[in-house]
Write a protein that binds this ligand. Structure first.
Ligand SMILES: [Fe+2]
Ligand SMILES: [Fe+2]
Length: 283
């Protein structure tokens, strides 16, 4: 995934010193690390959706969560098979993603699970899948991402529709608590987007060095922030971009997305149309 020009100077030198075979291996590991986080995120989504099947407050929300559980199980299967059969390796879960999933899975409040999963994790995943689909040169990867994106778009849209009404029923204090939770989830998620293991292995860096190099790269920062371009307008739409958290988002450089298009308007024709065949799918 990491193109030559995206690497900072010292890392670029280390990359250039690799043989062609090592460069290929580095890129394979880099992609495996990224896609393994997709897999772990999907496993988390499978568990959260199954919890919501039992703890969501209305019958319709339970039915919906049951259908999402089925979708997430398919996503786990497809990413796992791609990693296993096409890339040939898996990477362990990134500690920040694990921290976020643990928080969502262990909090007993259904709506925090819903906010954390449908708005933050799925919103970010949707943007990341779309970017990888555009960059992909493998037709199989393009195709599978296309189908997963269709599902994720539906999950995010349902979350916004449902939460917009629900948040209105909360007291100011309860709403602030949810807004703070969403902000903290975004902070952890930004950290989660830094993967360093492949760089550590091939470019001989410590974890801190690899992290710092990644943060220095402006393309990478743009990419990290871009992923929030769907999350921030959606938070605003459901009423969780409160006056207390807005300055905090501003400090992270994320408030600029406040008025970007949100995912609230549901295009039913788009969601209901039959699955496209391979020839109809393009990046
Ligand atoms: Fe998914
Ligand atoms: Fe999903």
């Amino acid at each position: 995934m990491q193109a030559d020009e995206d690497l900072p100077h010292e890392a670029l030198e280390a990359y250039k010193a690799l043989s062609d075979e090592e460069k290929l291996e580095f890129n394979r590991h880099d992609l495996a690390e990224l896609m393994s986080q997709f897999l772990h995120g999907e496993q988390g989504a499978l568990l959260v959706a199954s919890q919501l099947t039992s703890c969501a407050p209305t019958f319709n929300a339970k039915l919906y969560a049951a259908s999402q559980t089925f979708d997430e199980a398919r996503h786990v299967e497809v990413f796992n098979r791609y990693l296993q059969e096409k890339i040939g390796m898996h990477y362990p879960i990134n500690k920040n993603l694990k921290a976020l999933l643990d928080k969502i899975l262990t909090d007993p409040r259904w709506d925090l699970k819903f906010i954390g999963m449908q708005i933050i994790i799925e919103g970010l995943a949707l943007a990341a899948f779309q970017m990888l689909k555009q960059l992909s040169k493998d037709p199989l990867l393009t195709q599978l991402l296309h189908y997963v994106i269709r599902d994720e778009a539906r999950h995010v849209t349902f979350g916004i529709n449902y939460l917009e009404d629900f948040v209105k029923t909360l007291t100011d204090e309860e709403r602030e608590e949810r807004a703070e939770f969403a902000f903290e989830a975004c902070v952890i998620s930004r950290e989660r987007l830094i993967n360093t293991r492949a760089m550590q292995k091939y470019l001989k860096m410590s974890e801190d060095e690899a992290r710092e190099f990644t943060l220095q790269t402006s393309a990478n920062n743009t990419f990290r922030n871009f992923l929030f371009s769907r999350v921030i307008p959606n938070l605003s739409r459901i009423g969780l971009l409160t006056d207390n958290v807005r300055p905090k988002f501003d400090e992270l450089g994320l408030l600029e997305f406040e008025h970007a298009p949100d995912d609230f308007e549901c295009d039913w024709n788009e969601l209901e149309k039959p699955l496209e065949n391979f020839d109809e799918i393009s990046a």
